[in-house]
Design a protein around this ligand. Structure first.
Ligand SMILES: O=C(O)CCc1cccc(O)c1
Length: 534
């Protein structure tokens, strides 16, 4: 550690980690008028590719940040997932129905993580009046007082101490999170740990493979193949006992593994971008919050990558928490409402991790007998609707009753409804489709970014005044619009939609739901350090 502390910087929110989760949180908070300081170990975007996939729900978050067009230009829609044999014969196919889903974007998109991070950094830079990104600092400790949290860090070049005091701290600092240690959270193991080799390759060669993810089910060595971009490919191979990445230092050593996809091409057509060993784990932190400190992304959960939902989970965390934090800082809702972050996000994250573990077990489990069983039973999986919809529709499941999900007209203890079931009330906790709004102009979509009352009927003057007083918008739409049809198909005529697109309450008319809109000033303006009590 270097010299004396020269000054303590203060900020309503301190974000530790400038990966996709931390950058998204910073940009979304800024859009709610909340300033943050982001502390990051590296000066620039971490150059190695890691995540490669996101779904249409996560895409809508990028859209809300104004990044949809740029992301479209750097990504590649994928056609779904196939379970295949070691000779790439198809055992089962889980297709993506069409390129464009209910949220207006491809249901599965492949991309290069450093490119996405550059996009997010640019989005943060456009919000530099509210976000200060400080790279090249190593966080040493995170300590919580009554009204604030102090983060002690060190400048990695000069050794100088860097101290930032925040009203809240978001630990987006990855699997080895110091923030997680600081709040004493422990991992809960969800029963999966395997060593894999992850290989990224650039080549102009057209491999002529199906444009989706291939999961090679082979108990001798399971593998994954996917195309990431025009000239970019990712392979993953299970490592055998006694093997490590050092056995696969160069293309010559890798080509025998890649051979089933390469046909006659040799390694002179390929450029190895990286080859690294990863241990794929399935874990969730036993708590995600300690008063003013929150865990997001890999700091809170780890998944094997077999359904491509790791990075998206962190972006979903940021989307869930950022507007709630802004609302608390603005004094609109009590700090206790922030408990809904963990209670809403945990079931979704755990559900997706379990699904990834199941795919991993399908690829690797059962020994040689497993290979035979798989050939027999895996094709049937593609005909089990619950399995297919769970996998091809990694959608946020209906969130159960919480501070920000209210089932009106029924008792508070309603059991979790089946998706899309039982009329208006079944909408609460689901995501609003990100439909185009013809009346608002081409390309304008329903995802609001702030509380919105969507209605088929005009509110009365009194209702209109009250909704506006509470800081929400009103969106009146026609029965024939996408949103109109969505409401009517659930026997609803009005819904209160949260800033993250989740339906807070729905009912047969404005009068049934408008009082559920919380009072959240649109622009917290002077959201002060430590507003609200922990
Ligand atoms: O959901 C899809 O269609 C793709 C799933 C996927 C994405 C990335 C890696 C992976 O192993 C599966």
């Amino acid at each position: 550690m270097g010299g004396a502390v020269t000054g303590v910087r203060k900020s309503p929110v301190v974000i530790i980690g400038a990966g996709p989760t931390g950058l998204t949180a910073a940009a979304l908070l800024a859009d709610h008028g909340v300033a943050s300081v982001v502390l990051e170990r590296w000066n620039d975007v971490y150059p190695q590719p890691r995540a490669v996939h996101l779904d249409d729900e996560v895409y809508t978050v990028l859209d809300r940040l104004g990044l949809a067009a740029e992301f479209a230009a750097m990504s590649r829609p994928a056609r779904g997932m196939r379970l295949v044999t070691d000779s790439l014969e198809v055992i089962a196919e889980l297709p993506r129905d069409s390129e464009i889903g209910v949220h207006g974007f491809p249901a599965a998109s492949m991309f290069d993580q450093p490119e996405l991070e550059r996009l997010l950094r640019a989005a943060v830079a456009r919000r530099s009046h509210l976000v200060s990104l400080r790279g090249g600092v190593e966080v040493e400790s995170v300590t919580q007082g009554d009204d604030s949290v102090t983060v002690h860090a060190t400048d990695r070049d000069t050794g100088e101490p860097v101290v930032v005091e925040g009203g809240y701290v978001l630990g987006c600092d990855g699997a080895g999170s110091r923030t997680r240690s600081a709040i004493g959270a422990q991992w809960r193991d969800l029963g999966f740990s395997q060593r894999w080799l992850v290989i990224d390759i650039e080549t102009a060669v057209e491999l002529g493979q199906w444009e989706g993810v291939q999961q090679v089910c082979d108990t001798r060595r399971a593998a994954t193949y996917m195309r990431i971009g025009d000239s970019r490919y990712r392979w993953e191979f299970q490592l055998l006992d006694g093997e490590s990445a050092s056995d696969y230092r160069d293309l010559a050593a890798l080509v025998p593994l890649l051979r089933p996809w390469l046909g006659d091409h040799d390694d002179s057509d390929l450029r190895l971008i990286r080859c690294a060993e990863y241990t794929f784990n399935a874990r969730v932190a036993d708590r995600w919050r300690e008063r003013r400190i929150f865990l997001l992304g890999d700091a809170a959960h780890l998944t094997p990558p077999f359904i491509g939902q790791g990075m998206g989970a962190g972006i979903r965390d940021a989307a869930n928490l950022s507007w709630k934090l802004a609302a608390v800082l603005a004094g609109g809702v009590p700090p206790a409402s922030l408990d809904s972050y963990e209670s809403e996000r945990t079931p979704h994250v755990v559900g997706l991790i379990r699904l990834a573990v199941m795919i991993g077990a399908t690829m690797t489990g059962g020994g040689r007998a497993g290979d035979t069983l798989r050939r027999t039973f895996a094709p049937l999986l593609a005909h089990v609707p619950a399995f297919v919809s769970r996998l091809t529709d990694s959608a946020t499941p209906p969130l159960s009753q919480s501070y920000f999900v209210r089932r009106v007209g029924v008792g508070a203890a309603l059991p979790r409804p089946l998706r899309g079931s039982i009329g208006a009330d079944g909408l609460a906790g689901t995501l609003v489709p990100n439909s185009e709004l013809p009346s608002a102009g081409a390309g304008v979509r329903g995802e609001p970014g702030h509380f919105t009352l969507i209605s088929l009927d005009a509110p009365t003057d009194e209702q209109w005044f009250e909704i506006a007083r509470r800081g929400a918008s009103i969106l009146q739409t026609e029965e024939s619009s996408g949103l109109g049809e969505w409401l009517l198909s659930h026997r609803a005529r009005a819904a209160v939609v949260r800033p993250d697109g989740v339906v807070m309450a729905a009912g047969t008319g404005v009068s049934k739901v408008y009082t559920q809109v919380p009072t959240v000033p649109r622009d917290p303006g002077d959201a002060r350090l430590g507003a609200g009590s922990g």
